[in-house]
Design a protein around this ligand. Structure first.
Ligand SMILES: CC(C)(COP(=O)(O)OP(=O)(O)OC[C@H]1O[C@@H](n2cnc3c(N)ncnc32)[C@H](O)[C@@H]1OP(=O)(O)O)[C@@H](O)C(=O)NCCC(=O)NCCS
Length: 208
């Protein structure tokens, strides 16, 4: 596997995305001295914008890494670009946001809101999904993305946002807590991945 130029500097997870692209880390030399989270620089130039269909290959690659190597999602087989395009369209068809974070021209993360459950009575409750490119984790990208998603869902009149967090996921819990989500539920052994039963932690934030 070809090493991601930024991996040792950032010290995060498996650089599968970097194997599939020649993108250098858009965080670049800013990260020379990263040793732990307490000194991780925040991304200040990150642009959050609505996704375009041209972003689908990058979105697909970012998500595929997490499907293949982590329990961040209970999905077992990574969806291809056509399926990700269909999923994005389903979000947009509900009038909900599907956003990307762009840094120096590279897509470094994405997030979207979907209706929490399909029955009509749930229509004012949305669930967020958020993924940051592995070599850009821990530098504020997730927070700017999720903050914008929250703001857009508030503007749309949504009532609350729910995060369903698979297994033990310290980063996701910290991200959501930092934006006002509180733990409201915990399902033991809700799913199985890599041969292990995993819990589902539910966090919620009011939007009104
Ligand atoms: C979860 C995820 C989206 C967070 O995005 P991120 O860019 O790494 O997070 P940020 O750097 O914006 O951090 C947001 C907040 O969480 C805190 N945080 C993030 N990771 C943390 C960790 N491992 N330990 C402690 N705090 C952490 C940050 O300090 C920050 O809080 P602050 O603003 O109060 O200082 C990202 O780590 C990711 O994509 N993980 C893999 C996929 C995943 O788990 N998605 C969520 C599925 S539910």
């Amino acid at each position: 596997m070809r090493a991601c130029p930024a991996l040792n500097k950032v010290g995060t997870c498996n650089p599968i995305h970097c194997e599939t692209t020649s993108d250098p880390s858009p965080l670049g030399s800013e990260l020379d001295t990263i040793g732990d989270r307490s000194v991780a620089p925040r991304v200040s130039k990150c642009l959050v914008r609505p996704s375009a269909s041209a972003d689908i290959p990058d979105i697909t690659a970012i998500y595929a890494n997490f499907v293949a190597t982590t329990t961040a999602t209970f999905e077992l087989v990574a969806p291809d670009a056509a399926e990700m395009l269909r999923r994005r369209q389903a979000v947009l068809d509900h009038g909900l946001p599907f956003l990307v974070a762009e840094l120096e021209g590279y897509i470094v993360g994405f997030c979207y809101a979907s209706q929490f459950r399909p029955r009509e009575g749930y229509r004012f409750t949305v669930e967020d999904s958020i993924y940051v490119r592995p070599d850009c984790i821990g530098h504020g990208v997730g927070k700017v993305l999720l903050a914008e998603l929250i703001a857009q869902c508030q503007a749309l009149g949504c009532h609350s946002m729910v995060a369903c967090i698979c297994g033990v996921n310290v980063s996701s819990v910290a991200l959501h807590a930092s934006l006002g989500f509180q733990q409201v539920g915990l399902l033991a052994e809700a799913g199985i991945k890599f041969g292990e039963w995993l819990r589902l932690l539910i966090m919620q934030r009011a939007l009104e």
